[in-house]
Design a protein. Structure first.
Length: 255
């Protein structure tokens, strides 16, 4: 918006124009002349307002919602879904999360954390447990314990740590340390949502310990999903209880 200087009021042609509609910036001395400081300042103000309005506008964020099931129609829970867009920085102050031990099982079976986050291992059973991992990203071993608390374990390196119990071989759990900001875990209904994405990803990476695919990862092309509609996906999941051996012991095979 241009502002008129009060000195212009002394000009009779401006105070009492014969035809008001004919008065424009081109008739105002000091504004229309090329290079005029007043004109330049006015244009700068307009430009500054336009830029401020542009940055004040909310940016549209992408969102992806998935519904995951296995080939029998059962909901796939605890699947990690990643949009590998923005790397996640180490978060040493992230809240401590837990993997409990209930009825000689780890609960939850999959725990999603960020680099630097700690995981505690309470024991809600009435028997002793001994939690350990020999995984590349983290090796540790707790003492044999029942009613006492043990120090939480910090997971600094992205990747997957497979956990076991030295007393009960059937117990297995996974700590998934994600290297990416846009990561989520499917719930008990198999639903998962990635919200606030900076841009539309081309591919989603889905991990589950029972996936029958290399490294237990399924790559989903979402480049054409620009409408935000829910994606219903059937995954090749096999529960290890339904096959010979315990395939889920280590990601990627029966090692």
């Amino acid at each position: 918006m241009f502002l008129m200087n009060y000195s212009d009021a002394k000009n009779p042609a401006l105070n009492h124009p014969a035809n008001p509609s004919s008065v424009s910036d081109s008739h105002i001395p000091g504004i229309s002349e090329p290079g005029s400081p007043r004109r330049t300042n006015g244009l700068n103000r307009v430009l500054a307002c336009a830029i401020a309005a542009l940055f004040a506008m909310p940016l549209s964020a992408a969102e992806l919602t998935l519904s995951l099931q296995d080939e029998d129609g059962n909901a796939v829970t605890m699947a990690v879904v990643e949009a590998r867009l923005t790397p996640m920085e180490t978060q040493n102050n992230a809240p401590v999360v837990a993997i409990d031990q209930v009825d000689r099982r780890f609960v939850p079976m999959v725990q999603l954390v960020v680099p630097g986050q700690q995981v505690s291992f309470p024991n809600s059973d009435n028997v002793r447990h001994h939690v350990y991992s020999f995984s590349d990203i983290k090796q540790f071993s707790t003492p044999l314990y029942a009613d006492e608390n043990v120090e939480p374990i910090r997971f600094e390196t992205p990747g997957i740590a497979v956990l076991g119990c030295n007393i009960h071989d059937s117990m297995v759990a996974y700590v998934y340390v994600s290297a990416w900001q846009d990561t989520a875990l499917s719930d008990s209904n198999g639903d998962v949502a990635l919200t606030g994405l900076e841009q539309q990803p081309q591919t989603l990476h889905i991990w589950h310990p029972w996936l029958q695919s290399p490294d237990n990862v399924y790559e989903l092309d979402v480049s054409n999903n620009t409408s935000g509609e829910r994606i219903e996906l059937t995954l090749p999941i096999v529960n290890p209880d339904q096959q010979f051996g315990f395939r889920a012991l280590l990601p990627g095979g029966t090692q």
